[in-house]
Design a binder for this molecule. Structure first.
Ligand SMILES: CC(C)(COP(=O)(O)OP(=O)(O)OC[C@H]1O[C@@H](n2cnc3c(N)ncnc32)[C@H](O)[C@@H]1OP(=O)(O)O)[C@@H](O)C(=O)NCCC(=O)NCCSC(=O)CCC(=O)c1ccccc1C(=O)O
Length: 276
């Protein structure tokens, strides 16, 4: 799974449950709990949120890879061994709903996020890859939901986005039967973008990121928000409209409104064309 990229660990990005690397404008965030197939606990999710925030705010980063340590699993969902009666217990004993904030963050951060999947993407780990903008699978990848088997379900993006991705009948099959699907089956149902030999996984994923890094970051940002807007309702429109506001701020027309206020004079918008 090696690659020809020279990953570095930037200052301030050392965590316990995850790894953060960057190179060539790409951030790689790795869930690092291979002993439990990279299942996440509340601390893992909190660190992932911090790491994604770091990548979001770093102007040198243009694409983000989410992956799992080792070759056996991308992520096996919530860590069932620390699941209390009301959620997942952190080290201080507080029970959390674990992962929904992270799901929303991956969807709304304005850079492409690519899931790099070797081995199992199961349960809440399957939902994480689903939420990523693109998924590159190794030929050993296995996909599935387990909620009804372990007393859980994700009726938000986990159900709704899956139905939009693979169709309603298939999404219901995946959730109602809790079967596993191999990489080729996942490709056939549009759940992943491509399947490559395990040894090529990182090279291929990095290559997809490099290609995106050659393209207009603003166009990619607007496209990501546009794809999500329909599914996300008013929150999606808020995201898309926020991007429009950000672009509007860059115009002389918007700056005239600001300058007029600061200079305590009437704004002169007449000089700006009313474009057809
Ligand atoms: C993935 C498996 C099918 C792999 O099977 P196999 O290859 O035989 O390996 P194992 O021997 O089973 O596993 C190796 C080792 O890892 C441990 N392990 C694996 N998965 C987990 C896990 N999820 N939690 C804890 N530990 C795990 C396993 O016990 C082994 O340890 P040993 O010490 O060596 O025995 C298989 O492992 C499997 O089925 N795993 C469980 C998958 C699963 O059911 N995941 C949980 C689904 S529910 C979920 O993810 C909740 C999501 C969520 O957070 C959420 C959802 C909706 C709304 C809100 C929330 C929220 O925010 O909380």
């Amino acid at each position: 799974m090696g690659s020809s990229i020279d990953w570095q660990v930037p200052d301030g990005t050392r965590y316990n449950d995850i790894l953060y690397h960057q190179a060539e404008g790409i951030a790689k965030i790795t869930i690092n709990r291979p002993q439990v197939h990279n299942a996440f606990r509340p601390e893992t999710v909190m660190e992932l949120i911090q790491a994604f925030r770091h990548a979001h705010l770093d102007p040198n980063i243009g694409a983000i890879i989410l992956t799992g340590a080792g070759e056996r699993a991308f992520c096996s969902g919530g860590d069932q061994t620390i699941r209390g009666d009301g959620g997942y217990r952190d080290s201080s004993g507080v029970e959390h709903l674990n992962v929904l904030e992270l799901q929303r963050q991956i969807r709304t951060l304005p850079k492409p996020v690519v899931a790099m999947v070797a081995g199992y993407a199961i349960g809440g780990g399957h939902v994480l890859h689903l939420i990523c903008d693109l998924s590159i699978a190794a030929d050993n990848a296995r996909f599935g939901q387990t909620g009804p088997r372990v007393g859980s379900f994700d009726g938000g993006l986990g159900a709704g986005l899956l139905a939009r991705t693979v169709g309603m009948k298939k999404a219901k099959e995946i959730w109602f039967l809790c079967r596993q699907y191999d990489a080729q089956q996942a490709l056939q149902m549009g759940l992943v973008n491509t399947v490559v030999p395990l040894a090529e996984l990182e090279n291929e994923t990095v290559q997809w990121c490099r290609e995106m890094l050659q393209l207009s970051p603003t166009a990619l940002r607007m496209l990501k928000a546009s794809f999500n807007a329909e599914t996300d309702g008013l929150a999606g429109i808020q995201e898309l409209a926020g991007n429009a506001t950000g672009l509007f701020y860059l115009t002389a027309e918007a700056q005239e409104g600001r300058d007029a206020f600061v200079e305590k004079r009437p704004a002169d918008f007449n000089k700006f064309p009313r474009r057809p």
